[in-house]
Design a protein around this ligand. Structure first.
Ligand SMILES: [Zn+2]
Ligand SMILES: [Zn+2]
Ligand SMILES: [Zn+2]
Ligand SMILES: [Zn+2]
Length: 361
């Protein structure tokens, strides 16, 4: 990825065009082998538990919780996106979490324009990065099944296996929890009997409310054959089917156009769940023309003060692969765009980055 990144940047400097750069599309699939999604293998993955890069500095409450309902956030996905041209970003991962309640995501809408320090969010993203030589992982690239991290990291919650397990069960004194809520859920799911016998309870993702674990595979988006353009412009009245779907907002032709462009672009690879393009000219593919951030809405990096740039967006197709119901109160979004520090500045542990959520019409 990093080499392409470099050549992309070089191209951009030569030409002054607004050429947006190649987009890498993310697709989900069952992992070839589950061990490949462990942290020592630096995965790109969705669902399951977070595979923390820095296993000692796992974010704490309140960062780990939804700012509305105060329950622990659920792990959505992580993207391994090293900037190998720099020694301090040899390993670099972005981790994304979300509250699973649509009610909270709707409240989040009103907050995303507020300054980062005072906004309450139900969606959060964290950046972590490490040099090749670090205390957590070997610097020799074997990446085999038997590779182990060099340190065990902090104790994690027995139930979500993502957040710090700072509370210990009073009965067995062994199981650990990030929150009272996860202790209660684990108790109800069988720890009430296994606590006394000390028998470990096998947990699987469906029982502990994690989204199903999948590998994310990245591949380049194909360009439009005829024009070489990556942004096809679809005439607003091109398709009868589109028109039928769009009857609901007849007067808003900008909306139609935006929606049609979104659909046309997605149709090239309908199963894509993510679009990655860390490039200064990268454009977010929005579903609607309103409800987009302006430059001032994207707050600067809280560590170095540098501007943030668009890095990737997550598409609602992911919810389909997660098996989220399509009910009125089910979690849903049009797109979720992540903006990260353009300097990818030095960070101890984890740095919050900026997220903009566009909800469906
Ligand atoms: Zn919530
Ligand atoms: Zn937990
Ligand atoms: Zn117990
Ligand atoms: Zn920064």
């Amino acid at each position: 990825m990093a080499e392409e990144e470099l050549s992309r940047l070089a191209l951009d400097e030569e030409s002054d065009s607004d050429e947006e750069g190649e987009v890498e599309l993310g697709f989900v699939q069952a992992p070839e082998a589950p061990w490949m999604l462990r942290r020592q293998h630096f995965p790109c993955k969705a669902g399951g538990a977070a595979a923390w890069l820095d296993a000692d500095s796992v974010p704490r409450t309140p960062d780990s919780c939804c700012d509305f309902c105060e329950e622990p956030l659920r792990f959505l996905l992580q993207i391994y996106a090293s900037l190998e041209e720099r020694s301090d970003t040899f390993h670099r991962t972005l981790f994304m979490f979300m509250c699973s309640k649509m009610e909270c995501l709707r409240r989040d809408q009103a907050e995303q324009k507020k300054p980062a320090q005072s906004s309450s969010r139900s969606v959060k993203v964290f950046r972590s990065q490490l040099p090749l030589k670090n205390i957590f992982y070997s610097d020799t690239p074997s990446r085999g099944k038997n590779d182990r991290p060099l340190t065990t990291g902090v104790d994690l919650c027995t139930w979500c296996r993502t957040w710090r397990g700072e509370k210990v069960c009073g009965g067995c004194k062994t199981t650990r929890y990030c929150s009272r809520q996860h202790q209660v859920e684990h108790w109800r799911a069988g720890h009430s009997s296994s606590c006394k016998t000390q028998a470990p309870v096998p947990t699987n993702n469906s029982s502990n409310n994690l989204w199903p674990e999948m590998e994310i595979v990245l591949g380049e988006e194909e360009r439009d054959e005829e024009t070489g353009n990556t942004l096809p412009i679809v005439p607003a009245n091109q398709s009868l089917a589109l028109n039928a779907e769009l009857q609901g907002f007849e007067e808003a032709s900008g909306e139609k156009q935006c929606w049609a462009n979104f659909q046309a672009r997605i149709q090239r690879a309908p199963s894509q769940v993510l679009r990655y393009c860390r490039n200064k000219n990268a454009k977010v593919l929005w579903m609607r023309p309103d409800d987009q951030p302006t430059a001032v809405d994207i707050s600067p990096c809280q560590l170095c003060g540098g501007p943030r740039i668009f890095e990737f967006q997550v598409l609602p197709q992911l919810l389909y692969y997660f098996g989220v119901d399509n009910e009125p109160d089910s979690l849903d979004w049009a797109t979720v765009a992540v903006y990260s520090c353009s300097n990818s500045c030095e960070v101890e542990g984890y740095a919050r980055e900026f997220i903009w959520v566009q909800l469906p019409i």
